[in-house]
Design a protein around this ligand. Structure first.
Ligand code: BYC
Length: 328
């Protein structure tokens, strides 16, 4: 996938290639940012295209589960906030597709791969949102997990990705707050509302932990990505951080985290938690999650429906360019 034109080695003599690689790694080690026109190993470029395009697809597919609730938000106020949040996700997708484009792959290719089922997006968006509390749980847990995972990406060695992440993380903080605020309202409401909040936590807790990726022992890309300072922390370290931050928030809401093995460990100063169902994770990645098919169909149809907007925008841009050329 996306391999055409990405290999910039091959014809070089081995000594010259080794020298380029060593200089590149020295720049990374010195915390310099790598910019689009700089020399980079093909695998570095490829890893970034893989991760950034998956990330962009996640933002865009992530609009679908919450978008389901735009017409049914419980008040005008909640609707306005949710609209703003969903629009932010579209913006995040746009920044990320642009960051990936600086590496030599077109947005069209990335979208075509998503529609063809060849590209991944986050496992979390293959779960359903049957109640309003799911919108709260997504903001609180999913955006909360995203912040933990993405704040270190603001220090990613690739400049355009790192810079896109700074703005995205600011907006994710607002998203997490709006989700927690929904949960707070439900938890201080009627018994039925509290039950709805608890049910949403029960369903979203484990999938949120899976967002951080497979355990370190099974993570195929982590070591290399950490050596290149694309990733700064391992999947397990970030998952632990998320758990440690989130349990007190659940306690504050008066909700029970659905893990009978959960306990605070004085010695390590971390929460210990029960086994994650990695078979479920693998099934979701293989396309057998509760909503994989629904999301794929919805994305493809919405993309088709939006063709006229893209055509109109391209025609407008073309006209604008011709007019400004005529003036100069
Ligand atoms: N879901 O070697 P590993 C959001 C794949 S959007 C699906 O550890 P890596 C939001 C992985 O791709 C959240 N696939 O990989 C949006 C690899 O397969 P391939 C998205 C997953 O890349 C709207 C294989 O498993 N955030 O927050 O080192 C509303 C082995 O994994 C997942 C990002 O994308 C998963 N959960 O680490 C609200 C952040 N986990 O590619 C919120 C940027 C793993 O070899 N991405 N896989 O076929 C990352 O930080 C890293 O790519 C990951 C995985 C931590 C996700």
């Amino acid at each position: 996938m996306y391999s055409q034109g990405l290999d910039n080695l091959g014809d070089l003599p081995p000594e010259q290639e080794a020298e380029l690689v060593a200089t590149f790694q020295a720049r990374i080690d010195a915390e310099e940012k790598i910019e689009p026109k700089d020399w980079m190993p093909a695998r570095y470029r490829h890893t970034l295209v893989r991760q950034i395009s998956q990330h962009a697809h996640s933002e865009v597919v992530g609009m679908l589960p919450e978008g389901n609730w735009l017409t049914r938000a419980p008040s005008l106020h909640r609707k306005a906030i949710l609209l703003a949040k969903v629009q932010d996700e579209a913006g995040h997708g746009a920044y990320l597709y642009s960051a990936a484009e600086t590496l030599g792959v077109s947005r069209q290719e990335m979208v075509d791969d998503l529609i063809a089922g060849k590209a991944r997006y986050s496992s979390i968006f293959n779960y359903p949102t049957p109640t309003w509390a799911d919108v709260g749980a997504i903001g609180w847990l999913v955006d909360g997990a995203a912040i933990i995972n993405q704040v270190p990406l603001c220090r990613c060695s690739y400049g355009p990705y790192a810079r896109a992440m700074v703005r995205i993380c600011r907006e994710e903080s607002f998203h997490q707050r709006q989700g927690y605020d929904i949960m707070q309202s439900l938890c201080s409401g009627t018994d039925a509302q509290r039950e709805m909040a608890q049910d949403a936590l029960n369903r979203w807790w484990w999938p949120s932990l899976m967002m951080f990726g497979p355990p370190d022992s099974d993570s195929v890309h982590s070591d290399q990505s950490m050596a290149w300072k694309i990733k700064r922390f391992s999947n397990d370290d970030l998952r632990q951080k998320f758990i440690d931050i989130t349990i007190p928030q659940a306690e504050h809401l008066g909700l029970n985290v659905p893990d009978p093995d959960l306990r605070w460990d004085e010695e390590s100063q971390h929460y210990e938690f029960g086994p994650i169902d990695w078979e479920e994770f693998s099934a979701v990645l293989a396309g057998d999650g509760p909503c994989n098919e629904e999301r794929a169909d919805a994305f493809a149809h919405k993309y088709e429906d939006g063709a006229w907007v893209r055509e109109a925008a391209a025609a407008y841009a073309q006209k604008h360019t011709t007019q400004s050329k005529g003036k100069s």
